[in-house]
Design a protein around this ligand. Structure first.
Ligand code: ACO
Length: 315
């Protein structure tokens, strides 16, 4: 029976079918999805912190309203993703406990500090730009609840990317020399960590082969990273900033249409940050744990209210 179910599942994956929550699926498929979706949800929620730092310091009312909306969107993305992960049979409390204990990962990128206002623009342009590149293929992920959540998330992310680029363009075109230097400095600090967002090189990515086989991953880490570099170089030229990589060079010989060659990524830094020892890992996780503890009374009140309503109904 198990073997027949497995064969049917494989055939559906091969045919490009979507798997729904109620469908039979192998344990490891479920586990892999839970790992990836919960990690993705945690990234959205932790990702609210670096930008949240700047809501009170946004330079104009317009920028403040945009930033506030964007940070709220990230919270919403986290909620859709936790809901998608819950369909696989793990509770939100369990997922959050794994985050708070340091057992579950979240994206390395959110362990870098936001030092100036230009960082906010660069996060929109580069971090959300990288996120979109990675997330558009997930709209075709074989697990339907995840794919559906990703469609809306990608639409919102593309607004996030544009608002970031727009705010940088204003500073680069109308700003003072100090403001222009601030944008360049932010680009210098964020560029390499953004390239790391796509994960380790394909030949050092333990989950890739199986993820691709199952249609969870549609495009490989290195392919997405290259697409991101190729798309971003021109945007940097229009903006008038330099990407901090002396080895960045157009190579017409590579692929059918050519690609931008780029320098070596510091993978030791990547693994250090993923392992919990990045510039602000402790601060980020500390802020999440504190928010959870400070919110305890809200959860208790909501439960007490729900119990009261139920008792009333039964009476
Ligand atoms: N930050 C933290 N951990 C990472 C990162 C990263 N940038 N990249 C890879 N890892 C981890 C993986 O989770 C995996 O660890 P695990 O097995 O303990 O979970 C390990 O490094 C090896 O990596 P891979 O084998 O390549 O893992 P995987 O096949 O899952 O690919 C990837 C990693 C590309 C991040 C994939 O999980 C993915 O596409 N996730 C969904 C998108 C996402 O989470 N985005 C979050 C940032 S964008 C945002 O929220 C704005």
């Amino acid at each position: 029976e198990e073997q027949r179910l497995q064969e049917r599942f494989d055939a559906r994956i091969d045919a490009g079918d979507f798997i729904e929550a109620k469908d039979w699926m192998p344990d490891n498929y479920r586990k892999t999805l839970l790992r990836q979706i919960s990690q993705h949800a945690h990234s959205e929620i932790v990702g609210m912190l670096p930008e949240g730092n700047w809501i009170g310091r946004a330079p104009t009312l317009k920028r403040k309203a945009i930033l506030l909306a964007k940070v709220q969107d990230e919270g919403g993305h986290g909620l859709y993703l936790y809901a998608a992960a819950e369909t696989l049979g793990q509770s939100r409390d369990e997922m959050l406990a794994a985050l708070h204990s340091g057992k579950a990962k979240y994206s390395s990128i959110f362990n870098y500090p936001t030092l100036t206002w230009a960082d906010i623009g660069v996060i929109g342009w580069l971090v959300d730009g990288a996120a979109i590149m990675n997330q558009v293929p997930i709209c075709r992920c074989s697990y339907a609840p995840y794919a559906r959540a990703m469609i809306r998330i990608c639409r919102e992310e593309s607004f996030h990317q544009r608002q970031g680029y727009d705010s940088l363009l204003v500073m680069m075109q109308n700003g003072t020399p100090e403001q222009k230097a601030m944008v360049q400095d932010a680009v210098n600090r964020w560029w390499w960590p953004c390239l790391m967002m796509f994960g380790p090189p394909d030949d050092q990515s333990p989950n890739s082969a199986q993820g691709m086989r199952w249609g969870i991953k549609r495009v490989s880490n290195d392919t997405l990273r290259q697409k991101f570099v190729d798309a971003t170089v021109q945007q940097a030229q229009v903006l008038g900033v330099t990407l901090p990589d002396p080895d960045l060079k157009w190579n017409a010989e590579r692929g059918e249409e050519g690609h931008w060659d780029f320098g070596t990524i510091d993978w030791a830094e990547f693994w250090r940050v993923v392992g919990g020892d990045g510039p602000v890992n402790r601060e980020r996780l500390g802020a999440r744990v504190k928010a959870w503890e400070d919110g305890a009374w809200v959860r208790e009140a909501a439960l007490a209210h729900a119990r009261k309503q139920q008792t009333k109904q039964e009476a």
